[in-house]
Design a protein around this ligand. Sequence first.
Ligand code: BES
Ligand code: ZN
Length: 596
Amino acid sequence: MHLNKNLIIADTHSFAKPQQAVVTHLQLQLHVDFINKQLTGQAKYRIQQQPGANQIILDVKDLVIQQVLVQDEPAHFTLSAPQPYLGQTLAIELTPTAHEITVIYQTTPAAAALQWLELEQTAGGKFPFLFTQSQAILARTWLPCQDSPAVRFTYEAHIQVPAGYLALMSAENPQETNGTGEYHFTMPFAIPSYLMALAVGRLQFAALGTRTGVYAEPEVLNAAAYEFKEMEQMLESAEDLYGNYPWGRYDLLVLPPSFPFGGMENPCLTFVTPTIITGDRSLTSLVAHELAHSWSGNLVTNATWNDFWLNEGFTVYFERRIMEYLHGPDYADMLKVLGYQDLIKTIQELGPSNPDTCLKLNLLNRDPDEGLTEIAYEKGNLFLLTLENAVGRSRFDAFLNEYFKIFKFQSNTTEYFLEFLYEFFAPEQEIISTLVKPENWIYHPGLPETAIEVKSTRFIQVEEAAAHWHKNQNLAGINTAGWSTQEWLYFLNLIEARLDAPAMELLDNAFEFTQSGNAEILAVWLEAGLKARYAPVMPALEKFLQQVGRRKFVLPLYRQLAANKHYGEKAQEIFKKSRANYHAVTRLSIEKLLNK
Ligand code: BES
Ligand code: ZN
């Protein structure tokens, strides 16, 4: 391979200038204070500076910087004026030979990465809980850092928590609570700042395999261990597909329901929402997704948030390969078709000529959170499926294995990816430029005409059922007994637009959707209920919105409430009652939506 490694990476979401002076190792010491809801301590960095650099720049937001040391001597530093979502530069004056800086700091209540949960917001209800969410650019709200995915550093940490609590990080983790509340962590592989993570609570551990396990509050530990039983096999399948898992252990942490995402791929310790615990293991593809990020994302990382599809598109593809490996092609095909439905819906919502429907984004002067849509996931995945289809699976797998090998522990841009693609597939150049047309996928909006069709045999029956339903308003003679969550989701997606309240009542009497314990199904059902003004969903809706903070579920429901005059001030009312339960990521998104 002869890759042109001199392309300049311009990350417009970080003030850092890593070409001048860059951090390489972090030694973090933090004290976790549940009473004042504050982290206090220091971040000591090993750095490398170029001749004439004179200073190093870190990103900070909503932090109080108390003191800065260079080689253990008090040093001069300046903070710029705060900018929306980006925060401030922390510029530290360097002596020419300096190789170590220390920032003594504390967090503030505004820190958007942190959620401090009250006792009532946990499963046990007796102890508070803290967790972080750093992706995309929130690490800087709890840790001064060069907050760009193009900068990687190793770390070790000393975390002091009250006795009786367990602290966990994106690193090698303890499995038991100790008497002192002092925990030590090491992450020997270089990671970007968005993968820095910390959680503290009354937590217990259950082993699942030799390298896998799950942490949860004792009240949910058994259910979690049952739900995620196949994790060790998932890990083995992933390794069979794309090579060694290099991070040591792979564990899950089940968070309280306010966690704003489905999952977050923090190295060694994926954070997950409890809403995937259904009792029937039907939503475990989410774990496969986060596990897949151990390669696509954590090993090979998007260099800027404009290249986000490199993380998510590859991961969705890989996730479905794992599910295919474990549960067969029919199962994976259902996931692909559901994903395709999401893609079409997203392109429709954004508009087919919207630049945000290109794989390569332009997030200049915007909060990266805005660009993070299903496009990166599902258009990215469909691009890779189209490529696989063109060159054949075995060549495509060879390509992915090589990609992970060549770019491991590096941050990658879309342009390097393209260069690598053309070099690897030089023998297939003709095929690729006619059957795939990569540039169209990457730089053009909408759905490219080269996109392959995704199909699912199991869904044929579901399509017939939906047709029968549309004709007869019943499911008489249709055997739904063996339907999985995916079949029900597909069915609801097919009929949802034409549902009215009487039809919903019929379905509810037959299948009790309003009482569903499956959050994916319930979220689709509740949204349909709001559109159809089917009143019996309202109590379930209020309960759901008060408990669950997963943004993907919560936002569409608020959108429906706010869009329909029939509901008056209901959106504001429910938000007022629920906002204290939401993580900042979810709270800010709802506020934006309701203030539009
Ligand atoms: N890394 C993402 C979550 C994320 C993306 C957080 C951007 C902040 C900014 C994670 O891997 C993810 O994609 N989670 C999905 C689940 C997945 C199965 C599609 C989610 O949370 O819904
Ligand atoms: Zn992901």
